[in-house]
Unconditional design. Structure first.
Length: 120
């Protein structure tokens, strides 16, 4: 079983094949001389002309992360709104000092959750 050529070997084969084509050989002759098939030649040539970069490979991964974070932000905004409504309703029933303590405590929790998710 033959080993798969390294990228530098592929580049050398393509360079040699191109020089053979420039010298007047047809594609079949140049590929036979290089020891590859025409299909392999065209596939390697296409990959060399338009290589897939790491950034292109990471795009779907990053889009999934963005969708996850959007969902998390929406949930946190909903939690924040529910807490504010609950505090506004209970404002009349609780003493002011206790109300302030609850608000401060809930805001600390909410901000720590937001900071934790932003760092993740």
């Amino acid at each position: 079983m033959r080993k798969r050529p390294r990228p530098d070997q592929i580049a050398a084969i393509l360079r040699d094949s191109q020089s053979d084509l420039d010298a007047g050989l047809n594609i079949d002759q140049a590929c036979r001389k290089a020891g590859i098939g025409p299909t392999t030649y065209y596939r390697w040539k296409a990959l060399q002309e338009d290589p897939i970069s790491n950034e292109q490979l990471r795009i779907p991964e990053l889009e999934a992360e963005v969708a996850r974070l959007k969902l998390l932000v929406a949930e946190l905004a909903l939690d924040h709104r529910m807490l504010q409504e609950a505090l506004n309703k209970s404002h009349d029933r609780l003493p002011t000092s206790l109300n302030r303590q609850i608000i401060i405590y809930l805001l600390k929790i909410l901000s720590s959750i937001v900071l934790a998710t932003a760092g993740a």
